[in-house]
Write a protein that binds this ligand. Structure first.
Ligand code: ADP
Ligand code: MG
Length: 668
């Protein structure tokens, strides 16, 4: 075997000379496995089965070649890449079983945790405390190995001297199966990877990597027989494969194209989304648009890019099938993750830096749902219950599609091209019909405004509807009956491929007519009222995204007027539900995006609160008209309105005026 390796390496003089010249910047010899296999199949096979022996031989031969470097004893790594994709060479993480202990393999995964780069002793220097004898002891296990007994004085009393020992960098990480390779809500499996020396610092969380290495076992720390497995990396690299799609055959492509020509395509798409859930036509349509997403790769002249992803928020009372819908979408989206904002199990939603046991107390970065689902959809249930850290990075994640971490010396920005489908409960679990909806959303207005569409869902008492939902649910539970209308209209497998195909291949552009249509609607929203900003430019961008998604759902390269109309209808539906102001009869986006509601009803409440506060502060239990006026003006109300409201409150008997210009609240 040795002479075969010598022969192979004699053909590598060019690479070896390069290392000689640049050592220690270059300290690894990279060998293309496929080339090795071609030139010497026997060595290649032996590497897979007995990698320790072969890699050791390669190193020995290399060191005997006396490569002239500036260092006295250069330590050159031999690294193998480009293993074939076949079974046995490239494994899925779930395939790495005890059959592969000590074997060489390639694995693909996405990094979900990574530790700081830490120093590890390679060769530890010890001095005998009694006689001063020197020992250089190679370290191969997890624990520091001391010399057994002093060869000179036969005592066992040693001193470890870190400064004189040889060290190497190590970094631990965990990789998990890419979400797009999972089918129908499968759980992603994960495995630890240990990288050393020049492999450290090469990747970070959220990177999709290709790793080759040896499967090793980690003995249990307490007595026991269950070992942990990990991969000792021999080579790793980033791979830039976005959306490693589902395989779509030529026949399937034909079928997909045919389906897109169906004049009922939108109806059929909606009927393919959570058919077991009754109603919610608009919500299902919106989620369908989200699956297709806006057009990718649009950027502004200044280089910033426009987000194509559509974010949707469902705020609903308990038991209205929010979780059900999210779980269903997770099942059918080509790439997705389902998490709850409470995040008791996972690593949160964004990126966290923590000290934990993963790297023996060193800092570790953990990737959350938005990073792992980049290029797909994150279904976030209980969105209102997320941690304050997640909440604060969510703003940036939803708009800029990046997540920044600045903690413990780690300053980094991660990519998160993820669409968010979020579900939340109202502030007090149920909506109070007498208060504006927006005030009952348990989510700050700045974050709310990042969502393209917000659906409030009330569990309304409606006998007719109750009966239909009951029928629908019972149909699901009744066995033996044909339940045709509970089947998705388009079979799930085909639907997933349809979505994946559209996302990958269709990049529609906005027609002039469609643009005019959107502009017209937007201007109408803006001109709604004098003192209310009716819509924000965000709404405009949202309309464009929805129109593009509509075109993609038809596999069309052009966004037409009908696409614009679909986007407008959806937006209008949502605005009516959320921002409709009964007192003005108008839609008021301001209610979603700011803390300063403008309707009369809100003004009344502001004044009531002011009176209450003033009474509390005053010595005589009364609030003076002048103080009320001042305070209300400072909160943006004008004098005329304030007077009007005071009169109204008086006629309604909410307040009374025991002395001129002094008010008290009725009933305390
Ligand atoms: P939420 O997350 O909104 O609290 P869930 O998704 O847990 O509610 O739903 C509660 C149950 O009610 C589920 O079993 C769901 O199937 C049923 N349900 C509620 N509304 C509907 C509906 N419109 N159609 C079918 N099932 C429904
Ligand atoms: Mg729920």
């Amino acid at each position: 075997m040795r002479d075969r390796i010598e022969k192979f390496l004699s053909g590598k003089t060019k690479d070896i000379n390069e290392i000689a010249e640049f050592y220690p910047e270059k300290k690894s010899l990279f060998i293309d496995y496929k080339e090795l296999e071609r030139l010497d199949g026997e060595v290649a096979d032996a590497l897979i089965n007995t990698p320790d022996e072969i890699i050791h031989l390669f190193s020995e031969v290399l060191s005997e070649m006396n490569i002239p470097t500036l260092a006295d004893e250069p330590r050159i790594n031999v690294r193998f890449n480009n293993l074939p994709d076949e079974r046995g060479y490239t494994l899925r993480i779930r395939e790495i079983t005890s059959n592969y202990i000590g074997k060489f393999m390639a694995v693909e995964g996405i990094v979900n945790r990574i530790s700081d780069i830490l120093p590890k002793v390679d060769v530890a220097r010890f001095y005998c405390n009694k006689c001063g004898e020197v020992y250089d002891t190679p370290q191969n296990s997890r624990f520091l190995t001391e010399p057994i007994i002093c060869r000179n004085c036969k005592k066992k009393d040693f001193r470890f001297v870190p400064e004189e020992s040889e060290w190497t960098d190590v970094q631990r990480m965990q990789i998990q199966e890419p979400l797009e390779l999972l089918e129908g809500g499968e759980e992603a499996r994960q495995i630890e990877v240990w990288a050393e020396d020049d492999l450290t610092g090469e990747v970070t969380v959220g990177n999709k990597i290709n790793e080759t290495g040896i499967m090793r076992l980690l003995p249990p720390t307490k007595r026991g027989s269950v070992y942990q497995k990990f991969l000792e990396a021999n080579y790793l690299e980033n791979i830039e494969k976005e959306f490693e799609e589902l395989e779509i055959s030529e026949e399937e492509e034909e079928e997909i194209k045919k389906l897109s020509k169906d004049p009922r395509i939108f109806e059929r798409i909606i009927k393919s989304i959570a058919p077991s859930i009754y109603g919610y036509k608009e919500m299902k349509e919106a989620v369908a648009m989200q699956l297709f997403s806006g057009r990718y790769g649009k950027s502004l002249p200044d280089g910033t890019s426009l987000r194509p992803d559509i974010h949707i928020l469902i705020i609903g009372e308990p038991g209205v099938a929010k979780s059900r819908l999210l779980q269903y979408i997770n099942l059918i989206a080509p790439k997705s993750i389902y998490v709850t904002g409470k995040g008791t199990t996972g690593a949160g939603l964004t990126v966290t830096a923590e000290k934990d046991e993963f790297a023996d107390g060193a800092w570790t970065l953990k990737a959350g749902a938005l990073i792992l689902a980049s290029g797909g959809i994150a279904c976030i249930d209980e969105f209102d219950k997320m941690s304050p850290e997640d909440r604060s990075s969510m703003h940036e994640a939803l708009e800029q599609q990046t997540i920044s971490v600045a903690k413990a010396g780690i300053v980094a920005t991660f990519k998160a091209n993820t669409s968010v489908l979020a579900a939340a409960n109202p502030k007090f679990s149920r909506f109070d019909p007498y208060k504006p909806l927006v005030e009952q959303f348990n989510i700050p207005p700045t974050l709310l405004s990042r969502f393209d569409l917000i659906f409030p869902v009330r569990d309304i008492l409606d006998k007719e509807q109750d009966r239909e939902i009951a029928d629908h649910i019972l149909k699901i539970h009744r066995s033996g009956e044909s339940v045709e209308d509970l089947e998705p209209d388009i079979p799930t497998e085909l639907f997933r491929k349809y979505v994946a195909y559209a996302r990958k291949n269709i990049h529609p552009s906005l027609s002039d007519d469609a643009a005019d249509k959107i502009k017209e609607y937007y201007l109408k929203l803006r001109s709604g009222s004098k003192d209310t900003i009716m819509a924000t430019p965000r709404q405009l961008e949202g309309l464009v995204r929805l129109s593009e998604a509509s075109a993609k759902a038809r596999l069309s390269d052009k966004v037409t007027v009908s696409d614009a109309e679909r986007a407008i209808a959806l937006t209008d539906f949502v605005l009516r539900a959320v921002a409709y102001d009964e007192s003005t009869g108008m839609i008021d986006i301001d209610r979603i995006v700011s803390d300063h509601p403008k309707s009369t009803r809100d003004r009344i409440r502001i004044i009531e609160n002011i009176i209450q506060e003033l009474i509390k502060e005053s010595g005589d239990g009364m609030a003076s008209a002048a103080d009320i006026m001042d305070e209300a003006k400072s909160r943006g109300l004008d004098a005329f309105r304030i007077e009007q409201i005071l009169i109204e409150l008086k006629t309604k008997g909410v307040i009374f005026e025991p002395r001129h210009g002094k008010f008290m609240l009725t009933g305390g």
